[in-house]
Write a protein that binds this ligand. Structure first.
Ligand code: AMP
Length: 284
């Protein structure tokens, strides 16, 4: 496994690989790796015979609207590198903040996100997606991947990054990979490391309320389900729900009837103590 800290060295190395006819699969991460991240590496490796998988570990300061969340973001670099090596990741990019932002944080890209830039996490985490766009644009410019592997766990982020790829005409295909879950149903997340065992068990309720909707969705209208499941969550004192919405999977607009959309998705965000978690489930 090759590790690069300088973008110029990585760019040179990748251009040699491309000249040899290799395809580049890219898995950007913020580290504190778990099986969800590793499943993306696996899918990239398996996607094509001549694929070389590049992963990056960079905790991007500009996408944290909450300073405490940034300061407490788990860092487990040695364990991450070990996991990437065992997961047959060929290349790891480990830049410093100065390497990514030599001129500071000011230069933000202007990508028109429309409604998806105003709803759900965009509304609850002001500036978050602007920071995501800023860093992903820089990383795509450096890595120039043929394929970009993202997790469905961050449903809205996938939509935002697809818009970014279109906006800048990157010749990169975005591949969305399924969410890896604990046995309890809890979506794997680096932030789960900050939960106690008891809090992890409580956090599994986020999946449970979504799964209850999915398994019997046609018995109630979407907005009736929303009220019912929000009440269920309110009964659990350790959970503070930020939103639970049932939306059109193509637009993120809330739906009132099941036949209103070709695809319906439940999205949820909640805090367990100080830790904010998000999850989603595609109903159809
Ligand atoms: P992060 O390190 O949280 O920024 O995530 C890096 C990538 O891993 C993103 O594309 C995430 O959507 C993806 N990811 C995070 N958690 C999971 C999971 N439980 N299953 C699959 N992919 C995930």
């Amino acid at each position: 496994m090759k590790i690069f800290e300088k973008q110029s060295n990585l760019i040179d190395y990748i251009s040699k690989l491309k000249a040899e006819g290799k395809k580049i699969g890219f898995v950007p991460t913020m580290g504190a790796l778990h099986q969800g991240h590793l499943s993306l590496i696996k899918q990239s490796n398996a996607f094509a015979e001549n694929m070389v998988t590049v992963s990056s570990i960079f905790v991007n300061p500009t996408q944290f609207n909450d300073k405490k969340d940034f300061e407490k973001y788990p860092i487990t670099l040695d364990a991450d590198l070990e996991q990437l090596m065992h997961g047959n990741c060929a290349i790891v990019f480990l830049p410093t903040v100065e390497e990514i932002y030599p001129k500071g944080f000011e230069n933000k890209e202007n990508v028109d996100l429309g409604f998806i830039g105003t709803t759900l996490d965009a509304a609850h985490r002001p500036g978050h997606f602007e920071g995501v766009i800023q860093v992903v644009k820089i990383l795509l410019d450096i890595v120039g991947p043929d394929f970009l592997f993202l997790g469905q766990k961050d449903f809205q982020q996938c939509m935002v990054i697809k818009k970014l790829v279109e906006h800048f005409n990157f010749s990169t295909e975005v591949i969305i990979c399924p969410t890896k879950r604990e046995e309890s149903g809890l979506a794997m997340s680096s932030r789960n490391m900050r939960l106690t065992q008891n809090e992890r068990a409580i956090a599994a309720n986020l999946y449970k309320v979504m799964n209850a909707i999915k398994s019997d969705f046609s018995s109630l209208k979407p907005q009736e389900w929303k009220s019912k499941q929000l009440e269920k969550l309110q009964e659990i004192p350790e959970i503070t729900t930020e939103y639970l919405e049932i939306v059109n999977g193509a637009t993120l607009e809330p739906i009132n009837d099941w036949h209103d959309a070709k695809s319906a998705v439940i999205l949820i965000a909640a805090k367990i103590g100080q830790v904010r978690l998000i999850d989603n489930l595609i109903i159809y």
